[in-house]
Structure formats: structure tokens, C-alpha cells
Ligand binder design. Structure first.
Ligand SMILES: N[C@@H](CCC(=O)N[C@@H](CS)C(=O)NCC(=O)O)C(=O)O
Length: 217
């Protein structure tokens, strides 16, 4: 049997969530090493000194240390639902939207969600800035159920975990906003089999215990 790749992951990390969803949809078996960010195992730091999660260690290939690259690696191997071929637009346009999410939106999200990590900052200002991205997604979703057409694709799953954090930071406030199309899309995402499947809880990795293999039925 060939050795499956190893994923260092943290359940609640949005970057790790998107990686786990792509591995899952591409039916890629892997060993899951759930870690604590405040107590990273030396094995993780050894394979990737920058020590962020997710990290995928692929036998005979090397280490993939960016969540989007993990998604693309898995989907390039096997893309049964054509996540890389959206019904509307193309991969390049999806990557451009994901870049906005990972850049400007994530910047605003962090300052809204964790204001205490930054000096002298008005969280509501950053909430307002983040809302602009939600409004942009809502506009895209007015004419289709998903960001790039009638079926879900890479962008939906790469962005979903981040906007989820935005929604949940103050759910009552969010519920009062008008974005009907976004809310419908978001409910579909957060209740999807694929998302719920990757949110299953596992014990923190302990090298003295049996490995946890995630294999797709
Ligand atoms: N650009 C990286 C970012 C990954 C990242 O920042 N992950 C966070 C957790 S959500 C992390 O590991 N932070 C390091 C730490 O908290 O020590 C990716 O796409 O994989």
C-alpha cells in the first residue's frame, strides 16, 4: 500500500477547512494530524518551519504549505464535480475572487473578529469594510445559486469558511442585514454534506496512538 499524504490541520482554521473539503471531494485518502496552534508538534515545525496549518506532506513530492495549493493539488488529481470548471466564468476569475477574500476581506475580518489583537482600533469600521465583500458576493448570487454559476465550484468552498467567521462574529447583527441571496447561499454551504463532513471532531494527534486515516467511502 502506498503511504497516504499527511495533513496537519486545525479543525476551526478556515484555511484548513478549505483544504479538507478539497481533499474530501477529490476522494483523496490522508492521515489527519489535528494539532493545537498554541502547542505545535515538532514534526510540523520540522516539515514546514513557518508552521501554519494546513500543511500537506506528500510522499515523493514534498510539502504543500498553502491551503489554496492543497486544494489545487487535490483537484488536479481528481475533480469529480468539476470544481475547477465553473458553469460561469473560469478558474482565473475564481482565483481573482479568492484573492480578494484572502487579502482585503481577511484583513478586515481579523480586525473585526479579534480587535484586541490590534492597537486602538474601531472594530465596527472593519465590520463595515468586510460587509462590502458580502455585498459583492450577494450581487454575484442574485442571478445564480453559486458564485460562478448554477453549481458549486472552487470559489464557493475556498471562500465559505471565511465568510462563516464573519457571519458568526455577531450573528444577531448579521441576521439584520438584507443580503437575501448571500444568506441562501451561505445556509446551503454551512449545511452541505461536504462541509459538515470535514467538521467532524478528532482527538489531537499523538504519535504514540494509532494514526487517524481519513478515507473516502
Ligand atoms: N496562507 C496560509 C495561511 C494559513 C494560516 O495562517 N493558518 C493559521 C491558522 S487559521 C495559522 O496556522 N497560524 C499560525 C499560528 O496561529 O501559529 C494558507 O493559505 O494556508
Amino acid at each position: 500500500m502506498t503511504q497516504p499524504p499527511i495533513l496537519y490541520s486545525f479543525r476551526r482554521c478556515p484555511y484548513a477547512m478549505r483544504a479538507r473539503m478539497a481533499l474530501s471531494v477529490s476522494m483523496q485518502a490522508y492521515e489527519l494530524r489535528e494539532v493545537l496552534l498554541r502547542d505545535k508538534p515538532p514534526e510540523l515545525i520540522e516539515v514546514s518551519p513557518k508552521a501554519t496549518v494546513p500543511i500537506l506532506e506528500v510522499p515523493h513530492l514534498g510539502v504543500i504549505d498553502q491551503s489554496l495549493d492543497i486544494m489545487l493539488w487535490a483537484l488536479n488529481k481528481n475533480d469529480p464535480y468539476s470544481w475547477l470548471l465553473p458553469e460561469r466564468g473560469n478558474l482565473e476569475q475564481m482565483l481573482a475572487l479568492i484573492e480578494k477574500n484572502d487579502g482585503n476581506f481577511k484583513y478586515n475580518l481579523d480586525r473585526y473578529k479579534y480587535p484586541n489583537r490590534f492597537d486602538d482600533l474601531d472594530a465596527k469600521y472593519f465590520r463595515g469594510e468586510g460587509e462590502k465583500f458580502i455585498a459583492e458576493l450577494d450581487k454575484l448570487l442574485e442571478t445564480n445559486n453559486y458564485l460562478f454559476g448554477k453549481k458549486p465550484a472552487l470559489a464557493d468552498y475556498a471562500i465559505g469558511p471565511f465568510v462563516r467567521q464573519f457571519v458568526n462574529t455577531d450573528k444577531e447583527w448579521f441576521d439584520g442585514l438584507p443580503y437575501v441571496s448571500f444568506k441562501k447561499w451561505f445556509d446551503q454551504f454551512s449545511q452541505s454534506e461536504i462541509f459538515l463532513g470535514i467538521m467532524k471532531k478528532y482527538n489531537i494527534w499523538n504519535k504514540n496512538e494509532d494514526p487517524i486515516y481519513i478515507s473516502i467511502p
